[in-house]
Design a protein around this ligand. Structure first.
Ligand SMILES: NC(=O)c1ccc[n+]([C@@H]2O[C@H](COP(=O)([O-])OP(=O)(O)OC[C@H]3O[C@@H](n4cnc5c(N)ncnc54)[C@H](OP(=O)(O)O)[C@@H]3O)[C@@H](O)[C@H]2O)c1
Length: 330
């Protein structure tokens, strides 16, 4: 079996550490792991396949001999260093927003548009976490009923804002002085309808990402309007999703389509209080869906509730799935 040299940029972060865990769990054929981070973490050790590996400072020459480079250290780092990785011959799978909307960069969720991977010109983008879990559910429904419009409100885990955000929540709950201040307001016992920066029209960048990325991944004119909210939760992102269809549909048709959809688990039995929750999705790869109900206010529509671990399917697992597809070939 061919083995690959794999770099993880942001190896000390929430997503980078999970990427190494997922590479190990899924037995990705790694020859040499190259964990990269900033100067702050150079020399620290991470564990991979039972061995301690030293974290190196990210530099332009870090990618010599690397076949696959998983980037997860923010858009600025990706913009500066991904071209060096490509020049060294690596394929970059980038978790940041740096290249997602570039025409030449495929934006991929393997359950939805695996074919797009093979059009890459050195960089493949991993979509925004909130978008990934939503399109895995939308895709089979769009194929069957044609989606006209989606209205989504998110309830996003603090893990989506990195380890400084988790530290702020933990310190606020413990009532101790803050080690970090990631959010402009307290996040414990609070909700912030504010993820990423605001635009002049009042929407946030996270909301616009959900709108634009959905169309690109699904290769369809599916209209999305979003309200994205940070909540004091750790296990995963939740989404309340209202979908309007072109064709008639029933709740039982939707449920049975989703039961057969790749990467989806239906948890929907109100009589037994069964519905998806972030506590239960933590460290799982699947997208969980429940609370499937008819929207009585339009000719054909449903409401549902989607939950997934944003660090797994929303980031690390999706990136490793792309790498697996890449080495498996078209
Ligand atoms: N969290 C999510 O749900 C999620 C989902 C999808 C995508 N993403 C994206 O993934 C990226 C990382 O997220 P995260 O949650 O893992 O953040 P995090 O926990 O704050 O970790 C950030 C990582 O980036 C490294 N880093 C920061 N500045 C660097 C620099 N100048 N050079 C090299 N490395 C640098 C850090 O290294 P040091 O230890 O040296 O500081 C650390 O390893 C972001 O772009 C984020 O938007 C996150």
């Amino acid at each position: 079996m061919k083995l690959y040299d794999v770099a993880v940029v942001g190896a000390t972060g929430l997503v980078g550490r999970k990427m190494m865990q997922v590479l190990e769990e899924r037995k990705f054929p790694v020859n040499r792991l190259v964990p990269l981070a900033s100067e702050r973490s150079a020399g620290k050790e991470v564990r991979f396949n039972g061995k301690a590996v030293k974290v190196q400072k990210l530099e332009p020459r870090s990618f010599e001999g690397v076949h696959v480079a998983l980037f997860s250290a923010g858009a600025g780092v990706s913009k500066e260093f991904a071209p060096h990785a490509v020049k060294a011959g690596a394929v970059v799978i980038d978790n940041s927003s740096a290249f997602r909307m570039d025409e030449d960069t495929p934006l991929v969720v393997p359950e939805v548009n695996r074919h797009a991977i093979f059009r890459h010109k050195g960089i493949i983008a991993n979509p925004n976490c909130s978008t990934i879990q939503m399109v895995v559910v939308l895709k089979p429904l769009h194929d069957r009923f044609g989606i006209r419009r989606v209205v989504v409100s998110t309830y996003q885990s603090v893990t989506g804002a990195g380890q400084r955000a988790v530290a702020q929540l933990e310190d606020e709950i413990a009532g101790r002085p803050l080690r970090e201040k990631k959010f402009p307001y307290p996040i414990a016992y609070n909700c912030l309808p504010h993820i990423d920066v605001f635009f002049d029209d009042g929407y946030t960048k996270e909301e616009i990402k959900m709108k634009l990325e959905t169309k690109k991944i699904m290769e369809a004119d599916v209209e999305v309007t979003a309200t994205t909210v940070r909540v004091p939760v750790l296990g995963g992102h939740s989404e309340s999703v209202n979908i309007e269809f072109e064709k008639p549909c029933t709740v039982s048709e939707v449920r049975s389509l989703l039961q057969r959809a790749p990467g989806v688990i239906v948890q929907d039995d109100p009589a037994k209080n069964l519905y998806p929750m972030p506590l239960n999705s933590y460290d799982k790869d699947e997208v969980f869906v429940g609370r499937i109900r008819k929207d009585e206010t339009i000719p054909s529509g449903i409401n549902l509730w989607i939950v997934s671990d944003n660090i797994r399917k929303g980031a690390a697992t999706n990136a490793v799935q792309i790498a697996e597809a890449l080495i498996a070939g078209a």
